[in-house]
Design a binder for this molecule. Structure first.
Ligand code: PBG
Length: 320
């Protein structure tokens, strides 16, 4: 005799399992982060399967991604050199600006999101301008970040995503875009971005570790989650259209709290260290990579993310 309330009854039939699944994943949920540079495409040693893409290869990359069903990329630039004023970040012939043009030439079917930050471009490697006393100067950084965002939009970005964690940058960027007739361009804010060791492989990929000190004076303390809500609500107030929690896996509780608290789409960033950790363990035969990636992405989805930026996107999309 089956008890009347037997939960397993819904699990016997694989079709029914699909029909009653509470979460789903598709290409519409995934954003693929890419690194762009001048010169040749190079593999990233700490992120097996990921590349610093040379600009000349971006047309073919864009077409290949669209063919697979990828709908959006999040672009990071690796400039030739750094400078005290981060000139290459906002120059009309900067690496991201030219990469945008290449991808836009190749396809209209890819949403082009750009990361807006200083750390790859400025001599100190910090996400804001460092003042005389060695402190990151929040308010002096805002006009520069706005200038970068505007230059990305002028070069063809569909969406800008500031990742610097300066206070007030969403409003500053919103005002700058609106002032130039770009009211229609959305802002994805890296609202709850934690100071995290999981960014290690990314910093290797972009050579973007701070030259001295760390990012704890502007990125969030991983002991906190009320603070994440405060950041998210402030960013929405300033005009953020989508808010992000980053990294994802140690912060599933934060994703859920944000999801329950706000009405805007919530994005989670499954960051470089989370990618490399799975790659390393799978290469040791610890588990099947496909199964682990699906379990991971469903976990992030179930926590409440509407969108997931993940380096696994092109590989896993065929499995969905
Ligand atoms: C730059 C930035 C970082 C990441 C995205 N934008 C690194 C950092 O803050 O040190 C990390 C992404 C990843 O690890 O995949 N501000």
């Amino acid at each position: 005799m089956f008890p009347r309330d037997r939960p397993r009854r819904l699990r016997y039939n694989p079709i029914l399992r699909d029909l009653v699944a509470e979460t789903s994943l598709s290409g519409d949920d995934l954003i693929y982060p890419i690194f762009v540079k001048d010169g040749d495409t190079e593999p990233i040693a700490s992120m097996p399967g990921q590349y610093r893409y040379g600009i000349d290869d971006l047309g073919a990359l864009a077409e290949g991604l669209v063919e697979k069903g990828i709908r959006s990329v999040l672009m990071f630039g690796i400039p030739r050199s750094r400078s005290p004023d981060a000139h290459d970040a906002y120059a009309s012939d900067g690496v991201v600006q030219r990469a945008l043009a290449r991808m836009r030439d190749a396809t209209d079917d890819l949403l082009l999101i750009t990361d807006v930050c200083l750390c790859q471009y400025i001599d100190t490697g910090h996400c804001g301008i460092v003042s005389g006393g060695g402190m990151v100067d929040n308010d002096r950084s805002l006009p520069l970040l706005s200038r970068i965002a505007l230059s990305h939009v002028r070069a063809g970005a569909d969406v800008v995503a500031p990742s610097d964690m300066m206070d007030g940058r969403v409003k500053a960027i919103r005002d700058a875009l609106d002032g130039e007739g770009c009211e229609h361009i959305p802002i994805i804010s890296y609202s709850a971005k934690y100071a995290s060791a999981f960014y290690g492989p990314f910093r290797d990929a972009c050579n973007s570790a701070p030259r001295s000190g760390d990012r704890r004076s502007y990125q969030m303390d991983n002991r906190n989650s009320d603070e994440a809500l405060k950041e998210v609500l402030a960013d929405i107030e300033e005009g953020a259209d989508i808010v992000m929690v980053k990294p994802a896996l140690c912060y599933l509780d934060v994703i859920r709290r944000v999801r329950d608290a706000v009405k805007v789409p919530v994005m989670a960033y499954n960051v470089s260290g989370e990618y490399s950790m799975i790659k390393a363990a799978a290469s040791q035969g610890c588990f099947d990579e496909r199964d682990i990636v699906l379990e991971t992405l469903f976990g992030i989805k179930r926590a409440g993310a509407d969108l997931i930026a993940t380096y696994f996107a092109p590989d896993i999309i065929g499995e969905l």
